[in-house]
Structure formats: C-alpha cells, structure tokens
Design a protein around this ligand. Structure first.
Ligand code: MLT
Length: 303
C-alpha cells in the first residue's frame, strides 16, 4: 500500500487515479509522497519516508527544492496543466485594464437607490469610462513556455501585434512555437515597442526584480503591465513610481501586496490564474499520475 499525503484540497478527479493500492489522507505519518498546491513546505520537516512531492501547479516556490534534491526527494510540477486557465485570465486582464471595466462596475453599482433614473444616469456616465481597444496594439510576451505561447496565439487572434521573447530560446526555436509572433531579439525591443507587456517566466535569482526602474524607463509612455507569473519579478517601489508618474498606465497583478492595493492603475487579483475547475482537475490528475508512475515504475516524467 502506498501512502499519499495531501497538503491542500486536491481535486477528487485527480485522486481517483490512485487506486486501491493507495491510502490518501491529509493527516498521515510516513507518507511515500505528498501532493500539494500552494501550501508552503519551507518550514516543514520532511518525513524520512518521503520519496516524492508533486506540485499541482507550475511554480515550485513553495517547495524547498534544493533541500529535497539533497535528501533524494523527487519534486514534480505540472507545467501546462493550468496554462489555458491562466491564458484566459491574462486576456481578461488586458481588457479589464484597457476598457475601465472595474471603474465602470463600481460606478454602476453606486447608482443603486436612484430608481428609474438609473437608465438616464448610465447614458450620461458612459463617456467617463472610455478606454482603448486592444486590436492593433502591440503586446510583448516575456517567456514563451506553455502559458506565454498560448497568450501570444490568443492575443494574435484578437488582432494584436504580438512580440515574444524568451531568454532560453533562439529566434529560430521560438518561431517553431508560433508563427503568429514577431520574435524580439532582446527584452529592450519588447520594452521599446509594446503597449502591453505580460510576464511568463519563473521567479529565479536571475529574473527577480527584472521589471525595475531601468526597464520601466525604457518602456513606452502609458504601458500596461500584466503579471500572472510571480510578484517578485517586479520591483514594487519602482513600479509604483512608474504608476504615479503616469509612465505606467496600469498594472494587473495576480500577486497583490499591501503597498499596491491603493495605487491608482493597479488591478489586484487574489491569485486567480489557475482557479478554474478544469485547471484544478488537470493539475491534480497530472500530479497524481506522476507520483503513481514514479512509485510503481520509478519513472520521473515532468511534462
Ligand atoms: C502555478 O504556479 O501554477 C500558479 O501560480 C497557479 C496556482 O498554483 O494556483
């Protein structure tokens, strides 16, 4: 019998892949493997029995991966399994920050109590909420992994002109991923050219704070930035300065912090990128199957 501990709520459809040879529980001693979503494992003492951790999601920042490597614990993640969910929210984010949707909703709700005058007030008020269309605008996608490529293709289908950049891909290799992207040769080209910039790289020592004062200074006036990757990719103090000066028109983030919440132009979302039933099932199924294949056959397949 294999012993599997869950540290977060894992979709039952995913757990259904673990048959009668598996005991699954959220309170378990001596597990062979752990399935986790976003719970931080950094302070946790790793059980001596533990052979594998599977993250039902893409980022592994909540897992002490170096410590696991030293202890011989295999760490899986599920890149791609939630990519469609994140892609859809990035596209929504671009529309939200362009079309004054959030302000418009708040204003419309504030009309409550005005009875049959609401219709007339809406007619008068609508000219206050004018924002640009995204068609014909330039979108820079930084990072052409599972999410970045999907975002690029969807934006191209909405008639945006899409520039892609990935430090780990040559222009030729990147071309193979999507023929709808103009492959930028550098980040500077993305910064110089694009009206919207969306980041889809993992947070590492190299990428931490990459959107800083220097990067922002080289961007277009009124640029809109979207971050559905990790909060630490953006230097918040520099970003707030950019928003306050008007250089940055909007920042849509799935990783809000206290400092950002009352800054004009910020659209904070509570880490909703992967929050769809489809994505939760996909991630849970992939994570459960990775663990099963590893425990039963010794295979380490991370895709
Ligand atoms: C991920 O790492 O896959 C995303 O942050 C989504 C999530 O875990 O909820």
């Amino acid at each position: 019998m294999y012993r599997i501990q869950t540290l977060n709520k894992i979709s039952p459809k995913g757990l259904a892949n673990l048959d009668e040879n598996y005991e699954v529980s959220d309170t378990m001693e001596n597990p062979d493997a752990i399935l986790v979503r976003s719970a931080s494992m950094h302070e946790m003492e790793m059980p001596a029995s533990l052979k594998a951790i599977a993250r039902a999601g893409a980022g592994t920042n909540n897992i002490p991966v170096d410590q696991c490597a030293e202890a011989g614990i295999v760490v899986f993640n599920t890149p791609g399994a939630n990519a469609n969910a994140v892609k859809e929210l990035v596209i929504a984010g671009m529309l939200l920050c362009s079309r004054k949707v959030v302000d418009g909703i708040e204003w419309a709700k504030s009309l409550k109590g005005n009875g049959d005058q609401v219709g007339k007030m809406v007619e008068k008020g609508k000219s206050s909420f004018v924002g640009p269309e995204i068609a014909g605008k330039k979108l820079g996608v930084i990072g052409l992994g599972a999410i970045g490529v999907r975002v690029a293709n969807a934006a191209a289908a909405l008639d945006m002109e899409v520039f892609g950049y990935d430090p780990y891909l040559s222009v030729d290799a990147a071309w193979g991923l999507s023929s709808r992207i103009t492959h930028a040769k550098s980040l500077e080209e993305i910064y110089r050219e694009c009206d919207y910039i969306t980041i889809h790289v993992p947070q590492t020592p190299d990428t931490k704070g990459m959107i800083n004062a220097e990067a922002i200074a080289s961007m277009k006036e009124g640029v809109r930035i979207l971050n559905f990757a990790r909060g630490g990719l953006v230097n918040e103090a520099d970003l707030i300065a950019g928003l306050e000066s008007g250089k940055v028109a909007a920042y849509v983030t799935d990783f809000p912090s206290d400092a950002l919440l009352d800054v004009k132009g910020v659209i904070p979302l509570p880490h909703l990128g992967a929050s769809t039933p489809e994505s939760e099932e996909n991630c849970a199924c992939m994570a459960a199957l990775q663990v099963k294949d590893f425990l039963e056959n010794g295979n380490i397949i991370n895709s």
